[in-house]
Design a protein around this ligand. Structure first.
Ligand code: PEP
Ligand code: MN
Length: 338
């Protein structure tokens, strides 16, 4: 349920109404002081709330029922875009954020060099997997804690915030120490115990869409994190399973405008895991920017032919430089910048 308040309602009155509601009913209140109006979002059991009583309050303009099962992630709850601050980087503004780096951290020198390279080309954050969820148990599983330590060193050297994927709640302590944004991968989008843990932390979460999940399911996973108190969730479309075999996954480009409509959370696109092939990453990145993505996460490797994971879809630093240069005028054409 959403209460839209009358223009100019004082903060003290908003707070008093919230206190009354949470004391009298089994609901949590989230007041949002937006650019135009103030609204109060209510989650919990709203069935006992007498709507007629609310409607005659001198502060309440309108009472709206929210049909969708996701509440805190719903744009109706928070009409303005959510902006997430990570050090000096703002996510969810007109500036499109580029995250780049290798699929896996492979060594201290490798990640340090790639961090410097992608920063020079325009990336504002560094990616690198340390706990790798591989299809085969015989494939490289990542450098684990050591990999995260190398990421942190790269951050110290460049100032780039770092993003890495968590695969198990037991790793949380390490991630809190070494990482700026915690990534939840496609295979864990519905690992609800992990999501609940991430709801309790004070770090932004990059939540990737499960390769066989609907957008409503993605939003419900975001709701798991947000209902625990962590509102800093970035959604990421990374391709879904379809009958098409010419790409690794099918980039669901329509996910971008659909999500932007349904939610206030920033929406990113990962063209690398969607494409599966390096030569498709640039055109898919362009499509994502044109469709309104708030950011891109792109795999870049110093030696794609010998990468320990996802070399086929990884760009060289030179190709990444070219990609960013090509995206700049495109971003400007849709009222954004890079
Ligand atoms: C990754 O980012 O390296 C990764 C494994 O992504 P996804 O979960 O989208 O497959
Ligand atoms: Mn990868």
């Amino acid at each position: 349920m959403i209460l839209v308040l009358k223009q100019g309602t004082e903060k003290a009155k908003v707070e008093a109404l919230c206190t009354w509601l949470s004391d009298s009913f089994a609901v949590q209140t989230s007041p949002i002081f937006g650019s135009g109006t103030t609204i109060i979002g209510l989650v919990g059991d709203t069935s006992g709330i007498p709507v007629e009583t609310l409607e005659i309050q001198d502060t309440v303009e309108r009472v709206m029922k929210v049909q969708e099962p996701y509440k805190k992630a719903n744009r109706k709850f928070h009409p303005d875009n959510t902006v997430i601050k990570v050090n000096d980087v703002l996510i969810g503004t007109e500036k499109i954020c580029l995250i780049a780096g290798p699929c896996s951290v492979e060594g201290e020198g490798q990640i340090a060099q790639l961090a410097a390279d992608v920063q020079k080309s325009g990336a504002v954050m560094l990616r690198g997997g340390a706990f790798k969820p591989r299809t085969s148990p015989y494939s490289f599983q990542g450098l684990k804690a050591e990999g995260l330590m190398f990421m942190k060193k790269a951050r110290l050297a460049t100032g780039l915030p770092v993003v890495s994927e968590i695969t198990n709640p037991a790793q949380l302590e390490l991630f809190l120490e070494f990482v700026d944004i915690i990534q939840v991968g496609t295979r864990n989008m519905q690992n609800f115990e992990l999501l609940k843990e991430l709801g309790r932390v004070k770090k932004p979460i990059l939540l990737k869409r499960g390769f066989a999940n609907t957008l409503d399911e993605l939003l419900m996973s975001a709701e798991y994190i947000m209902s625990g108190g962590n509102n800093d969730v970035i959604l990421c479309e990374r391709g879904i399973r379809t009958f098409e075999t010419s790409t690794r996954n099918t980039l669901d480009i329509s996910a971008v405008p659909v999500l932007k409509n349904l939610t206030h959370l920033p929406v990113f696109v990962d063209p690398s895991h969607a494409a599966g092939f390096a030569h498709l990453v640039e055109p898919l990145s362009r499509a994502a920017v044109a469709a309104g993505a708030d950011g891109l996460i792109i795999e870049v490797h110093n030696d794609p032919l010998h990468a320990l994971s996802d070399g086929q879809q990884s760009l060289t630093p030179e190709a990444f430089t070219k990609l960013v240069a090509g995206l700049r005028p495109l971003a400007a054409a849709v009222g954004r910048e890079i």
